[in-house]
Design a protein around this ligand. Structure first.
Ligand SMILES: [Ca+2]
Ligand SMILES: [Ca+2]
Length: 144
C-alpha cells in the first residue's frame, strides 16, 4: 500500500527540520533518510480505504541520544496522532544501526481515508541522528 526505500529521493514525504537524503551508513541499498537537529517532523498520508489488518514496518535507528532525546513513530486516524514506538537512549534501536520495527495497527487505522504515518525527533541537536529506511505499509483487501 505504501513502500518507500528512499533509493531515488524523499519525494512524497512532507518534511520539517533537518532531513537529508542520505548515502552514508547505516542504510539499506544506496540511500536512507536521515534526521538531525531538533524538531524534525516527517509525514505521509495514505488512504487505507478498502483495506484492513494493516501492518507497518520500518528499519530505523538513532545515534548519540541522551536521556531527554527521542525519536517517535506516529500514525493517525485523522483525529489523533498515536505513538506506538518511542526510541530513547535505552531502546535497542539507539545503537546507531537499523532495526526492523513491525507494528500491527489497530482497527481504527483500517479502511480510513485520513490515515497517515509520521516520524518525529525531539529535544535533540546537530550531534544527534536518526536513520529511516524501507517504510512499508501492508493491508488485506476487505472482501465485498
Ligand atoms: Ca534504502
Ligand atoms: Ca545527544
Amino acid at each position: 500500500m505504501l513502500s518507500s526505500d528512499f533509493e531515488t529521493g524523499l519525494a512524497g514525504w512532507y518534511r520539517q527540520g533537518k532531513v537529508a537524503w542520505y548515502a552514508g551508513d547505516p542504510k539499506h541499498g544506496t540511500h536512507a533518510m536521515r534526521f538531525t537537529g531538533n524538531n524534525v517532523w516527517v509525514e505521509r498520508r495514505r488512504s487505507t480505504a478498502g483495506y484492513q489488518d494493516l501492518v507497518l514496518s520500518v528499519y530505523l535507528g538513532a545515534k548519540s541520544f541522551e536521556n531527554w532525546e527521542y525519536l517517535i513513530l506516529y500514525w493517525t486516524d485523522g483525529q489523533t496522532w498515536y505513538e506506538p514506538l518511542t526510541v530513547d537512549n535505552h531502546h535497542p534501536a539507539s545503537d546507531g544501526q537499523l532495526h526492523l520495527i513491525e507494528i500491527a495497527l489497530p482497527a481504527a487505522a483500517a479502511n480510513n481515508p485520513a490515515f497517515g504515518i509520521a516520524f518525529g525527533m525531539w529535544d535533540t541537536d546537530t550531534s544527534d541522528f536518526a536513520y529511516i529506511d524501507e517504510v512499508l505499509l501492508t493491508g488485506v483487501p476487505i472482501s465485498p
